[in-house]
Design a binder for this molecule. Structure first.
Ligand SMILES: Nc1ncnc2c1ncn2[C@@H]1O[C@H](COP(=O)(O)OP(=O)(O)O)[C@@H](O)[C@H]1O
Ligand SMILES: [Mg+2]
Length: 239
């Protein structure tokens, strides 16, 4: 039961969008998915409120440093994947969530010169690994990639990250109006009207390719190995 969190110290990187695309695609494929909405702005919670009940998806709001571990323990009994959406911050909540994750996805805008928010999370993970002997697998996910971003530019970014030993998810998340519409209309890419949303099929293919890669990286039966006590010491020192 993998726990996957989406972290970038800056807002607007595409965390919430990528988290929801992954969650809804996994649910579409029949997996039971719990989303922990740990962002005080509650975008996923609002999406859930306008969507109504969604098959295979439950959303937990009001997640705090004190409650997150209990939520994960509880949800792990009845879900195949737990996905955490985090605020654009580097605070105790983000640190705790990272420490409890089997994998941290770090969305970085493919076209952004400023990848500082992503780098801050990479530094935080390094600090937790060095100070606490915690191994926190993580990957950068390139997001909002448009046709303006050339294959060569993407290869350059991947090369730079690889030189730092950072894994990059092969499937970049494209810039698609369908990904904005989900938050306005509710539901999923599969409940939208093909006639009304341009390139919906491409958006579905892209989300599916992303989720397929994540599933390969994190098959359902991952054994959790976090050590809570050490983690909370770390949270105190990092916050
Ligand atoms: N792949 C995408 N295609 C189109 N719009 C996107 C995409 N990713 C994010 N956005 C838009 O960019 C804004 C910020 O994205 P969001 O996922 O909320 O980022 P974060 O959670 O990191 O703050 C939102 O308005 C969202 O709709
Ligand atoms: Mg967000």
């Amino acid at each position: 039961m993998p726990v996957i969190s989406f972290a970038n110290a800056k807002g607007g990187a595409g965390k919430t969008t990528a988290a929801l695309l992954l969650a809804t695609e996994l649910a579409h494929q029949g997996y039971r998915v719990a989303i922990l909405d740990a962002d005080p702005q509650r975008w996923i919670t609002q999406w859930h409120e306008i969507s109504g009940p969604q098959r295979n998806i439950e959303v937990i709001s009001e997640v705090t440093v004190a409650s997150v571990q209990g939520h994960i323990r509880e949800l792990s009994r009845s879900n195949d994947y737990i996905i955490m959406d985090l605020a654009g911050a580097r605070d105790a909540m983000v640190t705790t969530a990272i420490g409890l994750s089997d994998h941290v996805m770090i969305p970085v805008q493919g076209c952004a010169m400023d990848a500082k928010g992503g780098a801050q999370i990479l530094d935080l993970i390094k600090l937790m690994e060095d100070a606490g002997n915690l191994v926190i697998p993580h990957s950068v996910v390139l997001t909002r990639v448009t046709s303006m971003v050339t294959t060569r530019a993407l290869l350059t970014i991947k090369g730079l990250l690889a030189a730092r030993g950072v894994n990059v998810i092969n499937t970049p998340i494209a810039e698609r109006s369908a990904y904005r519409e989900i938050f306005d209309c509710g539901g999923t890419l599969y409940s939208m009207d093909t006639a009304k949303i341009s390139n919906l099929d491409k958006a579905q293919d892209n989300a599916k390719a992303f989720a397929t890669e994540v599933m390969r990286l994190l098959p359902v039966k991952v054994i959790r190995s976090s050590e809570p006590r050490r983690l909370f010491r770390l949270v105190r020192s990092a916050a």
